[in-house]
Design a protein around this ligand. Structure first.
Ligand SMILES: Nc1ncnc2c1ncn2[C@@H]1O[C@H](COP(=O)(O)OP(=O)(O)OP(=O)(O)O)[C@@H](O)[C@H]1O
Length: 221
């Protein structure tokens, strides 16, 4: 088993502005699983993804990763886990437009403490894996939506994470391009044995996952 949340609450703000985004949410995700998280807008999907990826902490409850309780670890340790264990594919791609494709994918490696032998070769191999080698020296600003998403995925996997977290990875793509991106995730899961957690509204995406977690009002239904 890889991840376990036990009775997790997330509360944003205080007083009148208080939002109870997750309510006693418990969830276990096994190594090698591919899981879809679905639910209406505002139900808490992104909040859940942020907590799973150590971007944010629960207000209450427990988070254990590989049987270790991590909800109270120090910020520095949390940052290390975030960088080494998780790869993020976030909404709107979040690429640096004035950087080339190559430089965008290199970003996580510049911060990485992992012993990856040749960082340049690693970027080249990921470019190849995602079929974007010929775009290597193109500025991110000049890519199509589908190409941008490939670069975003390349950047998420270059640091060899165990777990990939994706927020609406096909949301802004046409259906053929979305299918290509979905195939990439499916392959990362089946061939490379990555654990994959995808927030999605797309039924096509969800149907390719082993399991669908439905959230409503901060609770699993
Ligand atoms: N940083 C924040 N501060 C205050 N409230 C927040 C914050 N982030 C999220 N919320 C609130 O928490 C609730 C859950 O938001 P969240 O973004 O997790 O939902 P979601 O299911 O991902 O929605 P969507 O599908 O629209 O992205 C919402 O009511 C939202 O307004």
């Amino acid at each position: 088993m890889s991840i376990r949340l036990t009775k997790v609450d997330k509360i944003y703000g205080q007083g009148d502005a208080k939002v109870h985004a997750l309510k006693e949410l418990s969830l276990t995700i096994t190594t090698g699983e591919m899981v879809a998280i679905m639910g209406p807008s505002g139900s808490g999907k992104s909040t859940l993804l942020n907590i799973l990826g150590c971007i944010d902490r629960p207000t209450k409850g427990e988070y254990s990763y590989k049987e270790n309780e991590i909800s109270h670890i120090k910020a520095k340790e949390m940052a290390r886990l975030r960088n080494e264990v998780f790869g993020f594919v976030i909404q709107d791609f979040a690429l640096v437009d004035r950087y080339t494709v190559f430089k965008n994918i290199m970003i996580p490696l510049s911060y990485s403490q992992k012993a990856i032998k040749s960082k340049k070769e690693k970027v080249e191999s990921v470019l190849k894996q995602l079929n974007i080698s010929e775009k290597r020296d193109v500025l991110a600003a000049n890519l199509s939506g589908g190409q941008r998403q490939r670069v975003a995925i390349a950047r998420a996997i270059v640091n060899e994470p165990e777990i990939i977290l994706a927020d609406e990875p096909t949301g802004s793509l046409d259906s053929a391009t979305g299918q290509d991106v979905l195939d990439i995730f499916t392959k990362l899961n089946s061939v490379e044995k990555k654990t994959i957690i995808i927030v999605t509204h797309d039924k096509e995406v969800a149907s390719c996952c082993h399991r669908i977690v439905n959230i409503q009002d901060g609770m699993i239904v």
